[in-house]
Design a protein around this ligand. Structure first.
Ligand SMILES: Cc1ncc(COP(=O)(O)O)c(C=O)c1O
Length: 374
């Protein structure tokens, strides 16, 4: 049973659960964006729109990506979709045939591996190692590339580890790919939630714009997970293909949502900065607290809103420990193995909860560990 469902079942029995399994900001969507969405509904943005997205939003996104990634982008290279996830789905449908190899981060967002397997591709994990602060090792990556490699997936800042790829790492990845006919899906959905260092996209590396499908969106940056809106930026011929997939699947992203998206990109950005500094503060406190608990050791994540402690010294497998923390300590988190086999030995906690709850969760975990682990 998924952790969230088991958590609700326990809550129905009267148990209190602190939810740290959640992958979405606990902040409300900023009010200027909500107002724009409500106004759009009243103004009649309640019908189908173009499959690739409203022209004004595509233009706004093109300008945003030019500003933030420093590459020229035109509207016909932008496809707006309901959330970031469809870009993963459509990229795989577009590029991966049976037997094609796709290199993907592990531990990583589980959708990558699932989609590769679904399409009969060969899922080739690149292990993210704690000793490298969960940035991939480019030498290991280079050794995984073969003549059958079709696609490499990068994700920075990363879910579930909070690791980041520095500019230097990404430039080395680009060198390792060289002039091979390999595409890169660069999942940059957490690009605005960075605590240390700067975001750098492989799209910015000379020669890589046409070989990159950039995934970004509104869910995490503007706390808009339920609005369902994300986008991909890619070569115009690929964008036309993904637009056909949109026509055949969703028809379009909800029109009023897209009008609110224009406001999100154009309007005041202070709520993004506020959310990011809150997450940073909570991260500092939660990581320090975890590091005081016997058997836990936790690196400082550089971005996103997850922490990924090593729990190997507890002697418990990840899933068993996550289940016990939920059932007996009242703290919901995810086993590292929910993110792939190399997640064994880790748990993922989200800091998208109040400081008060994070502190209580630390106490409850510590209390449970004191009673159950010797
Ligand atoms: C790495 C990563 N990519 C993509 C997504 C998808 O985001 P959305 O909710 O916009 O589909 C998520 C959401 O958790 C994520 O963690």
């Amino acid at each position: 049973m998924p952790v969230a469902c088991r958590g609700s079942a326990l809550e129905k029995q009267g148990k209190e659960i602190i939810h740290l399994e959640i992958g979405e900001p606990d902040f409300a969507t900023p009010s200027n964006i909500v107002d724009a969405g409500v106004d759009a509904l009243h103004m009649g943005w309640t019908h189908y729109g173009p499959s690739a997205g409203l022209p004004d939003l595509r233009k706004e996104i093109a300008e945003y990506v030019m500003r933030t990634r420093g590459v020229p982008v035109t509207s016909d290279e932008v496809v707006v979709v309901p959330g970031g996830k469809p870009i993963i789905f459509f990229t795989m449908l577009t590029l991966v045939d049976e037997g094609d190899e796709v290199i993907y981060p592990n531990p990583g967002f589980p959708i990558y591996e699932s989609m590769i397997n679904y399409l009969g591709g060969r899922a080739v994990p690149i292990r993210l190692r704690e000793e490298r602060d969960f940035a991939l090792d480019v030498k290991e990556l280079a050794a995984l590339i073969t003549d059958r490699t079709k696609l490499i997936i990068l994700n920075s800042p990363q879910n579930p580890t909070g690791g980041m790829l520095a500019r230097k790492d990404i430039e080395e990845v680009a060198r390792a790919i060289g002039d091979r006919n390999i595409m890169v899906l660069s999942d940059e959905i957490y690009s605005r939630l960075i605590f240390e260092g700067e975001h750098f996209s492989i799209m910015t590396v000379p020669g890589f714009k046409d070989r990159t499908i950039l995934l970004d969106g509104f869910s995490k940056t503007y706390a808009m997970t339920g609005w369902r809106m994300g986008y991909g930026v890619m070569r115009a011929d690929l964008a036309a293909h993904m637009t056909r997939l949109m026509t055949n699947s969703n028809s379009c992203t909800a029109s009023f949502t897209q009008v609110a998206g224009i406001q999100a990109l154009r309007g005041d950005q202070s709520s993004v900065d506020h959310m990011c500094s809150e997450f940073k503060h909570r991260r500092d406190i939660f990581v320090a607290g975890l590091n005081k608990i016997k058997g836990f050791s936790c690196r400082m994540p550089k971005g996103a809103f997850y922490v990924f402690p090593n729990i190997a010294k507890t002697g418990w497998p990840s899933k068993k420990l996550a289940d016990a923390l939920l059932e007996q300590a009242g703290v919901a988190c995810l086993a590292g193995t929910a993110f792939g086999a190399f997640g064994e030995g880790y748990l993922r906690f989200s800091v998208a909860n109040s400081l008060e709850n994070l502190n209580r969760a630390l106490q409850w975990i510590e209390g449970w560990v004191g009673k159950n682990l010797r």
